[in-house]
Design a protein around this ligand. Structure first.
Ligand code: ADP
Length: 377
């Protein structure tokens, strides 16, 4: 297994598109790292540079301490799994799994130079080793019963497992995944996510995974790299990305429903003024400088209260029932808000309610759509 280092790596495509701004990244041996961000933010380009499928414009990429900028993809000992798994339709599952290994085996003509019996036993040994690897991968992925089938006889999930198996049999230094679950339906995607996590633990392999789906990123990654417009916004554990987003972009990208934002300003008495409301800031934020700023509150950090102290008057526009919880979509003078809460009786569309941010639930950002997080005192 391997560690992967990106030092001052950047990418400009031939037409002049700056897809990835200079970035530094150190991926530890055995780590599951997820590159996440909206479409076009440079995730795939970064992954493809690591794989060797795109040239690096600036900087160096090293695998286990060896600079690989000029090393051919096939020589990097890395396996890549794509969204379009492209299995060979005329081959069985077993054939698809062993194909890459067959191609890599020592060339028969070299072996033929040996005396016949030696050649035959070397070949036998090779075939046995390939069969063992295929069977082991099939066992790990639960597709042993499918080895004799053709891809057309498989479901989408089974095909994706075969594509994974093709990477597994190679026993590479690192696995790269480019949106591998995007073609699967929602339920299967969640199941495969769990299986990937278990597989990662069993193999202890370095895995680098690209997705635009923040929930997938949060559940899979040991660490996330959140990207936006080719620029790395934050590199952190899922927990820290969620609880301490580096800026308003990360705060709004991560978490469903998305965080509520109020654009206002802090006065000299450490109160937040917005749309005629005056809210006292939590103790931890009282020393924040006066002036324009943005408050962010996640939907589950807004509480329905009965007294107006520090509360935002709202009216319920719609109620979305989600089983163990409900989302209230509300209108207020500070804009539209979402509150996630436990189901309760006595709430109806059109009702006037009061919402108060919890003490711990208030995030402060510099003004503007990409405003940086203001640290607590
Ligand atoms: P993501 O994977 O986050 O969706 P990409 O890495 O595919 O983003 O793309 C990043 C940017 O680079 C986008 O603006 C995209 O249009 C551009 N881009 C991607 N591939 C090429 C290419 N082969 N030639 C020119 N521009 C490209």
């Amino acid at each position: 297994m391997a560690n992967v280092q990106l030092q001052q790596v950047g990418k400009t495509y031939d037409g002049g598109v700056r897809a990835v701004e200079t970035m530094d990244l150190s991926i530890a041996d055995g780590e599951f790292l997820v590159l996440v961000g909206p479409s076009g933010c440079g995730k795939s380009t970064t992954l493809r540079m690591i794989a060797g499928l795109e040239e690096v414009t600036d900087g160096t990429i090293s695998i286990d301490g060896r600079v690989v900028n000029d090393v051919h993809p096939s020589e990097r000992d890395i396996a890549m799994v794509f969204q379009n798994y492209a299995l060979y339709p005329h081959m069985t599952v077993a054939g698809n799994l062993s194909f890459g290994l067959e191609r890599r085996r020592r060339h028969p003509s070299r072996l033929r130079g040996l005396f016949d019996a030696g050649y035959r036993s070397a070949r036998r040994e090779e075939l046995r080793s390939i069969r063992e690897r295929v069977e082991k991968a099939a066992r790990m992925l639960g597709i042993e019963a499918l080895l004799g089938r053709h891809p057309r006889e498989l479901s989408g999930g089974q095909r994706q497992r075969v594509a994974l198996g093709r990477a597994l049999v190679r026993d590479p230094k690192a696995f790269l995944f480019d949106e591998p679950l995007s073609n699967l339906d929602a339920k299967l995607r969640v199941e495969m996510r769990t299986e990937l996590r278990i597989l990662h633990r069993q193999l202890g392999a370095t895995m680098i995974y690209v997705t635009h789906d923040q929930e997938e990123a949060m559940t899979l990654g040991d660490r996330l790299v959140v990207m936006h417009d080719g620029i790395v916004q934050q590199v952190d554990t899922p927990d820290r990305v969620y609880r301490e987003p580096a800026n308003r972009f990360v705060a709004s990208f991560v978490g469903t429903p998305t965080m509520n934002f109020f654009e206002g300003s802090v006065d000299s008495a450490a109160r937040f003024q917005v749309a005629g409301l005056s809210l006292s800031l939590p103790a931890a934020h009282r020393s924040t400088p006066a002036g324009p700023c943005t408050i962010g509150v996640r939907p589950d950090a807004l509480e329905l209260v009965s007294d107006s102290e520090n509360a935002i008057p709202c009216s319920i526009e719609t109620i979305e029932f989600l089983g163990d919880r409900i989302d209230l979509i509300l209108n207020s003078d500070v804009g539209r808000l979402v509150c996630r809460t436990a189901p309760r009786s006595g709430l109806a569309e059109g009702d006037a309610v009061l919402l108060r941010p919890t003490e711990a639930g208030v995030h402060l950002f510099e003004p503007g759509p990409d405003g940086a997080r203001r640290s607590k005192s």
